[in-house]
Design a protein around this ligand. Structure first.
Ligand code: CU
Length: 299
């Protein structure tokens, strides 16, 4: 099953539907998954501001290239440099340099932002999704406060004006005693602030796989999830083995459904940003592809 909006990464398609009324209140902040400090994300500031009043259309968005990647193509997020563009990190700032070597200053707005910055620790914990500010010279502020020790993968998800959709990645180290978390078992239900979020479905490598999302609070289905950054849900899927990056968005419909296509068999960490009562929260899941993967394209 293919969907009409942009597909960011190697043919992964997502169709998520949050039924009910869309409200357009202001986003007041985000909450990271535990055990990250509750203040870590909301304190980033840049992520909390400016989302409320500029909800774009949620369909026909311009996120991502819709073209198919060739089989075996390297997925996004694994390289610090691609198509002449490079992610250059500095002291509490970063830049995207272009093919001419100069900082890029013009970015296309996608999902209401010129650049989406996502970070996750290499063990698959501590997911963040923030939106830094760019100075006129192309220098971006560094909005991440990474407090837990470890090695983090940081992704810059953007499209330079006139250029290709790109996700560049780099590693950032936080000194200290690193106690990696293990995600050995699939985890399809995540509870955050009383919201119980469940992913149902099977991921099959190389094929569109239906995944359904259910959000329940106080024993009742939540049917009035709000737009966030122009969509009713944002999903980042990371291949656990190497943190290859997939960023996908929902489309309208009566039920919360995803059609996810992952490139290879294996375990994926999935992070769903959703918004309700003006607050963005993240649910995280671990899903391993089902039987039959890796042999063919399923059907
Ligand atoms: Cu973003």
């Amino acid at each position: 099953m293919r969907t009409g909006y942009g597909v960011a990464a190697y043919g992964l398609a997502l169709a998520a539907v949050f039924g009910g009324t869309w409200a357009a209140g202001a986003a007041t902040g985000t909450t990271p998954p535990p055990p990250e400090p509750a203040t870590a994300h909301t304190g980033d500031g840049t992520d909390a501001a400016g989302h409320g009043n500029t909800h774009g259309n949620t369909q026909g968005n311009t996120h991502g290239d819709t073209g198919e990647k060739a089989p075996g193509a390297v997925p996004p997020g694994l390289s610090v440099s691609d198509s002449g563009y490079t992610l250059v990190t500095g002291d509490r700032s970063f830049r995207i340099t272009g093919p001419d070597g100069k900082p890029v200053t013009r970015f296309a707005v996608e999902h209401e932002k010129r650049l989406h910055l996502v970070a996750v620790r290499r063990d698959g914990s501590g997911f963040r999704h923030v939106h830094p500010e760019m100075a006129a010279d192309g220098t971006w502020s560094w909005p991440l406060r990474l407090t837990e020790p470890g090695s983090y993968r940081v992704f810059a998800d953007f499209r330079p004006e006139g250029g290709p959709k790109l996700t560049l990645g780099t590693d950032v180290q936080v000194a200290g005693d690193y106690q990696p978390k293990r995600y050995d078992h699939d985890s399809r239900t995540f509870t955050v602030d009383g919201y119980e979020v469940t992913l149902d479905g099977t991921l099959t490598a190389g094929a569109a796989s239906a995944v359904a999302v259910t959000v329940v609070k106080d024993g009742r289905p939540v049917t009035d999830l709000q737009p966030y950054l122009g969509a009713r849900g944002h999903l980042v899927a990371l291949r656990a083995a190497d943190l290859a990056y997939l960023h996908v968005h929902p489309e309208d419909g009566e039920r919360v459904r995803f059609a996810v296509e992952v490139p290879t068999a294996g375990t994926y960490r999935l992070f769903l940003d959703f918004r309700h009562n003006g607050v963005v929260r993240t649910a995280e899941f671990t899903i391993t592809t089902g039987e039959g993967d890796g042999h063919d394209h399923g059907n």
